[in-house]
Design a protein around this ligand. Structure first.
Ligand code: ADP
Length: 565
């Protein structure tokens, strides 16, 4: 137990046993996340956290109030018998109350498990039982969902609804109580931290597009280090003057860390609750003077459509982080060229806490034209200090030439070393790198570009075709709403690309029109061997194209080129 041992004692033991290490003589200050909220309350206590509540009205609170109420949560949890390492779950939108539950649980060494309501019900049941959640905090929105699942949730002893008594509906969930009543009798004095910084703090399951979802178990230390690395100037560069609107949910890898980095920076937070449509987000951006926001491309698309259709402008927003899937060029150009907002293209995954790389430009971009800069910004960017990435091709490190693509592997201060309960076995290679399942290139300046998921890349005659690159071009063709490319068997080339298109209502483009559009925009040998039109391309729980389902649908399909060769 080196943590409990004072430095002097460690030094004395080393001295007596003659070990040749000299320890530094600095304080032992365990990196635990309770210190983040302590810091925010002490030094930025009056900074606001504003929420569009699920009940309707805008609710205003401060870090100082959140801190006090989070301590009430800690006491209420202790009164429920929640101990170190116990999992408590939240099924909730971004809100001030949700923050209180986070810090209240993590502060006493319980593990905060965020549940993604967009998962299929049977996946939620699996995850809750696998995590053995003892308590679930939920928004009113999800009561019907939990009522439907409750008989299958063996470990949950109580449900706390994030509302007050006046808004509590009739409800048959076990031990159900409204949040305000649940915390009301508890003191705002509680002891936080004081445990090993490697203690588990949070649990988040991967979306599980293949097999069962797997749990990523963040530690206090990894969360604090991730917070520090995302605050770097070339990453999110957050400060006390910022007003941050995390549209990305707290159940999506800690709102990309913003639930921790905003209080660490003393920035004002604006929480959108359940409403993420263009008009609602726009209203909050303007009325709360938001300077920085983070969301997946689909959310930004809704906002931009709203701005375009209402001829509105953005008066305070300076920067947006976009990730989760590749940023479409149209979104990049509208933000940067029309609305004067800097786009930070981010790549990451649940296993990387989630930030892996971010597309801030450095001095190497100074001499580039605007068009070249846009091209560079469409790449996923460079890793911040604290993250290492490399590309492996057949097990060997690929050159950093921006051309050679291979498997992207990652190592760092906040990257998963294994999954909860050992699911999936050993996930690190002999050098301690984690295989992301993504295929990418890295250029001479360190800019990484995702070209595919390893399972989606099309292997044609020993060469790799990026399904994403072809999709990104195809989606620009007139009338195309969604484009997906999958590999199909070919006797000569092993695999060739099949382009599947969902067209916008009333669009009249033909196969020949699409081929003509693609001609010259992609390499000749990347040209799809066929194009098919479908009514709807299936999407998964995180809004990404479900290629597994598409492959199933097109199982029996044969390429016309395969038949003739
Ligand atoms: P999330 O829930 O954030 O989508 P997952 O762990 O489920 O996280 O998925 C991570 C995967 O999403 C990455 O491995 C990658 O394939 C994809 N992804 C994330 N960001 C980007 C990006 N900027 N460009 C392309 N793909 C991305």
């Amino acid at each position: 137990m080196s943590i409990a041992m004072p430095h002097k004692a460690v030094w004395l033991i080393n001295y007596i046993f003659g070990e040749k290490i000299m320890l530094g003589l600095m304080q032992n200050w365990p990196l635990t996340v309770d210190k983040i909220m302590d810091h925010a309350a002490t030094n930025h206590g009056r900074r606001e956290v504003v929420t569009r509540s699920v009940e309707g009205p805008i609710v205003r609170t401060t870090y100082s109030e959140i801190h006090a109420r989070a301590k009430q949560v800690s006491n209420a949890l202790l009164a429920e018998g929640i101990a170190h390492g116990d999992r408590v779950a939240t099924l909730a939108w971004n809100s001030g109350r949700h923050l209180e539950v986070w810090y209240g649980a993590m502060g006493i060494g319980a593990v905060l498990h965020t549940l993604n309501p967009r998962l299929f019900p049977e996946q939620l049941v699996y995850i809750i039982n696998h995590a053995e959640d003892k308590l679930i905090f939920t928004d009113l929105t999800f009561l019907p969902l939990l009522e439907a699942l409750k008989d299958k949730l063996a470990t949950v002893a109580r449900y706390v609804v994030l509302t007050d008594k006046d808004h509590m509906p009739e409800c048959g969930l076990k031990g159900v109580i409204d949040y305000e009543s649940w915390i009301s009798d508890h003191s705002a004095q509680a002891s936080w931290g004081g445990f090993d910084e490697h203690t588990a703090a949070g649990l988040c399951y991967t979306s599980g597009t293949t097999g069962n979802p797997k749990g990523v178990l963040y530690s206090h230390r990894s969360n604090v280090l991730h917070t520090l690395l995302t605050m770097q100037k070339d990453v999110m560069g957050l400060g006390a003057r910022d007003v941050i609107l995390p549209v990305v949910p707290m159940f999506h890898a800690n709102a990309w860390g913003v639930a921790l980095s905003a209080p660490a920076a003393g920035a004002k937070m604006v929480m959108p609750g359940a409403k993420m449509d263009g008009a609602s987000i726009y209203e909050l951006l303007e009325s709360e003077y938001v300077t920085f926001s983070a969301a997946v491309p689909t959310v930004w698309m809704m906002l931009l459509q709203y701005l375009e259709s209402t001829n509105s402008r953005l008066s305070t927003l300076k920067r947006v982080a976009i990730g989760g899937s590749a940023v479409p060029e149209r979104i990049m150009r509208l933000f940067e060229e029309k609305y004067g907002v800097e786009v930070l293209h981010a790549w990451g995954m649940t296993e990387t806490s989630p930030l892996g790389t971010l597309g801030s430009l450095g001095p190497e971009a100074d001499g580039l034209s605007h068009e070249e800069q846009i091209k560079l910004k469409l790449k996923q960017g460079r890793p911040p200090f604290g993250v290492e990435i490399k590309i492996l091709r057949d097990g060997m490190q690929a050159p950093r030439d921006g051309q050679t693509f291979g498997n992207l592997v990652v190592r760092g201060a906040a990257i998963a070393a294994s999954y909860f309960k050992g699911e999936g076995g050993d996930i690190l290679d002999q050098d301690g790198f984690f295989d992301t399942g993504d295929v990418a290139t890295i250029d001479e300046h360190g800019f990484m570009h995702i070209t595919d998921r390893a399972k989606d890349v099309i292997k044609s005659g020993g060469e790799w075709i990026s399904s994403i690159d072809v999709e990104n071009v195809a989606v620009g063709a007139p009338g195309v709403a969604v484009a997906a490319v999958i590999g199909k068997y070919h006797p000569k080339w092993d695999e060739r690309p099949l382009l599947i298109l969902e067209m916008a209502k009333g669009a009249s483009s033909t196969k020949a029109d699409i081929f003509a559009y693609l001609d010259g925009k992609i390499a000749k040998w990347w040209m799809p061997d066929d194009i098919v039109f479908v009514d709807a391309i299936p999407l998964g729980a995180t809004g990404k194209i479900n290629k597994l389902a598409l492959r199933e649908t097109f199982k029996a399909y044969e390429l016309p080129t395969a038949l003739v060769s």
